[in-house]
Write a protein that binds this ligand. Structure first.
Ligand SMILES: NC(=O)c1ccc[n+]([C@@H]2O[C@H](COP(=O)([O-])OP(=O)(O)OC[C@H]3O[C@@H](n4cnc5c(N)ncnc54)[C@H](O)[C@@H]3O)[C@@H](O)[C@H]2O)c1
Length: 272
């Protein structure tokens, strides 16, 4: 029988993050949470994950999943973030969003969620230092820059590269493939540069400058962030191991979602 105290969790997107986060919940948070529903556009992926989970959650569409559970973990695609958040607000649930880039264009929905006191959690994801950037966001930020370098496998299937006739296989040395503002970066690289959107939501600084590079000699994903303010500067450098299931995703992003869940359920909370 289910304990009434356990939070019911629904996972949207059963790929690299959805799988590892679900297994973590069953392993580490079983006294606090239970996975009740899974959703994926590829049913087979939801079935495979269900087979690995002891609780055998039901497979559902987004609508019935949101109705069924208390906390939704979105780890699917930037395109479905608006749909998910709409339903989370309508059914007064809470949500953790991984596809942070998809939230940038959902300004109105996000304001509505805040007005209606719906909890929306964004994990730090593939970067760190979000606590410091959030604190400095309360002062006067003058400049934020992000330089991301990944191996070619981190950019497979990106339409923008096809349009620009950039062939990843032909790149023999480090190449800048994008230079511009955060809003354009998340538009052209919806699955590859969530980090820039997380920087935006932690600082609300509109002019984040983004440089994206492909480097065939790298085996890790690198992010260099610089923040300049009148109260101090930050330099953050992150070197991430890509996930074996999805090389576009860093293992740190998976660990960060797990760590956020741990924080939500623990009465001992560290970091601002
Ligand atoms: N915040 C961060 O720092 C950060 C870091 C890495 C990845 N991400 C984002 O998290 C999300 C998940 O990453 P991942 O590595 O697990 O990806 P993945 O490709 O391994 O898995 C995504 C799963 O979602 C499914 N899916 C796609 N669109 C869907 C939809 N509309 N409804 C339901 N299911 C859908 C896919 O079939 C796939 O099984 C991606 O959007 C990714 O860009 C964020």
């Amino acid at each position: 029988m289910l304990s009434k105290k356990r939070k019911k969790i629904g996972i949207i997107g059963c790929g690299a993050i959805g799988r590892e986060v679900s297994l973590f919940i069953e392993r580490e948070l079983k006294d606090n949470a239970i996975i009740c529903a899974l959703c994926d556009v590829e049913i087979k992926k939801a079935q495979d994950l269900r087979d690995r989970l002891r609780t055998k959650p039901k497979i559902a569409d987004i609508d019935s999943l949101v109705k069924e559970v208390d906390l939704i973990i979105e780890c699917a695609h930037a395109d479905c973030v608006g749909d998910v958040l709409r339903r989370v607000i309508d059914f007064k649930k809470e949500v953790i969003i991984l596809s942070v880039g998809g939230l940038v264009k959902e300004d109105k929905l996000l304001k509505e969620a805040q007005k209606k006191k719906v909890n929306v959690y964004l994990p730090s994801g593939a970067i760190c230092g979000i606590d410091g950037i959030g604190a400095l966001g309360l002062a006067n930020i003058e400049k934020i820059t992000l330089a991301t370098s990944k191996p070619p496998s981190g950019f497979l299937g990106v339409d923008y590269l096809k349009k620009k006739k950039i062939n990843l296989r032909r790149i023999k040395k480090e190449k800048v493939i994008f230079k511009g503002k955060m809003k354009e970066a998340v538009k052209y690289f919806p699955q590859n540069i969530n980090v820039s959107a997380t920087l935006f939501f932690s600082s609300y600084f509109k002019n984040i400058e983004v440089v994206i590079k492909v480097n065939p000699h790298l085996h890790r994903n690198f992010h260099q962030i610089e923040v300049k303010t009148d109260k101090g500067n930050l330099k953050i450098e992150v070197e991430n191991v890509p996930s074996r299931i999805n090389p576009k995703t860093s293992v740190l992003a998976i660990l960060s979602a797990q760590s956020l869940l741990k924080k939500i359920f623990s009465p001992f909370k560290i970091g601002s």
